[in-house]
Design a protein around this ligand. Structure first.
Ligand code: FUL
Length: 438
């Protein structure tokens, strides 16, 4: 909401463009970094929860399950990453360590890891296999390292654990190539203080281009639910975010944190389950449900992080693979081929079609490198010489997807009615998702 912005807003209507006012406001409009822009453009990330829980039919181990049971006999990280790529996902985040403390890489910090398991006779490294697959497939890699650790005895001693966590993080930041994101989960850490200045120092030293999720000095924030959906509007600026599912407390961040902290929407493809569970196929989300999530995450200007879990063989189950590919294909079918598109600066943009078409969707994107400027807009279609209002929206930001009842038209008009600086529209396009649009 407007309250999320940290500076006083003066609105302009489309009749008042005053250069003096623009000069003044340009300096206070929050803007993304180059790294954030790259991340915004990815739009789809795949989350991958895998670990000890996969073998125990549980979501949260308490840290006492024996490494002996970690034995994914057919593990194939290429199958995971190729699935992500085939479905149109641009980055892949693996749970290197979940709350149970079991590490998927042969860390020097503890024996509670793959090296104590029978998998590859203790010589394996899941993080390495995922990193290699990502590099080969051209997918960006992100890592999740749970701050809450239910296995590690030194967790009770704040300073000792800060050292332990810093060492684990350093291993992950230095041994697996460039990272797109480091995912800090607030679950289980409600009220616990970690050494964020030190943690952030490590990220900046070793992975200065990585996005930082929700804690410390984040560059992206949690949307505040695990349904994969963003409210509308979901402004890119904020000074706080919800800490976890288990508290309504809001986290505040280190003082140097920028105001531009866009939201990431995480959600599991199997309702309520982040890890794989046997006989759980009924909880696989339908295509319609996934598309609804897409419209309310990417379509609200945020990034969607969809979780798929490998099973106890170490493979994504076939039905999950089929569903996510179906999802990616449907997004492509709907939006890869606009009927017409344009871009431009100013408060009014017209889109003329070569002849009359049936249209039922529009996509609008702002040039957010220059800040999020639009605060209200109207989309209209001309019919028999009359402008018919299709959509009345607020934020556009990185992307707004609007669906409306199909209408036959040859001309559309986007009018920005409230803005905080000259609107810069990077992309304005219309579509017909029905089979024949002519
Ligand atoms: C939550 C965790 O408790 C879940 O297990 C999962 O990792 C999810 C992404 O975040 O807070």
């Amino acid at each position: 909401m407007l309250g999320e912005l940290d500076y006083p807003i003066t609105y302009h209507t489309n009749k008042q463009i005053e250069s003096e006012w623009f000069t003044m406001n340009k300096s206070i409009l929050a803007k993304p970094t180059e790294q954030q822009l790259r991340w915004h453009d990815m739009e789809l990330g795949m989350f991958c929860h895998f670990g000890m829980n996969t073998f125990c039919n549980q979501e949260w181990g308490i840290g006492n399950d024996s490494p002996e049971i970690f034995n994914p006999t057919e593990l194939d990280a290429r199958q995971w990453v190729r699935t992500a790529k085939r479905a149109g996902f641009k980055y892949f985040i693996l749970t290197a360590k979940h709350h149970d403390g079991f590490c998927l890489w042969p860390t020097k910090t503890t024996d509670y890891s793959v090296k104590s398991s029978p998998w590859k006779n203790g010589q394996g490294d899941v993080v390495r296999e995922v990193a290699d697959a990502c590099r080969e497939e051209g997918i960006a890699l992100g890592l999740y390292l749970s701050p809450w650790d239910r296995h590690e005895p030194c967790y009770a001693d704040k300073e000792a654990y800060d050292d332990f966590y810093a060492e684990q993080l350093t291993e992950l930041l230095t041994q697996y190539g460039p990272l797109i994101e480091v995912w800090f989960d607030g679950a289980g850490s409600e009220g616990r203080e970690y050494d964020w200045p030190r943690i952030m120092g490590l990220v900046k030293q070793h992975q200065p281009d990585a996005m930082v999720f929700n804690m410390g000095q984040p560059t992206i924030r949690w949307v505040g639910n695990e349904d994969g959906v963003a409210p509308y509007p979901c402004w890119n600026t904020s000074s706080e975010a919800r800490a976890s599912m288990f508290t309504s407390d809001m986290l505040t961040w280190l003082p140097e944190t920028s105001n531009w902290v866009p939201a990431e929407c995480d959600v599991p493809i199997r309702t309520h389950h982040w890890f794989w569970h046997p006989n759980d196929e009924d909880s696989l989300r339908s295509l319609d449900n996934l598309l609804d999530i897409y419209y309310r995450s990417v379509g609200h200007g945020t990034v969607l992080l969809l979780n798929i879990s490998p099973d106890d063989r170490g493979l994504f189950p076939d039905i999950d693979v089929e569903r996510v590919i179906e999802f990616g294909d449907e997004i492509s079918r709907r939006f890869d081929h606009p009927i017409a598109q344009t871009s431009g600066d100013g408060t009014e943009l017209t889109l003329s079609l070569p002849y009359e078409f049936l249209v039922d969707h529009a996509i609008v994107m702002e040039q957010i490198s220059q800040g999020e400027r639009v605060h209200e807009y109207v989309l209209e279609a001309a019919q028999d010489g009359v402008w018919i209002e299709l959509v009345h929206g607020t934020a556009i930001g990185h992307k707004k997807i609007d669906a409306f009842p199909a209408i036959r038209t040859q001309q559309l008009r986007l009018t920005v009615t409230k803005y905080v600086d000259l609107p810069l529209i990077r992309f304005f396009a219309v579509y017909c998702t029905e089979i024949d649009s002519r």
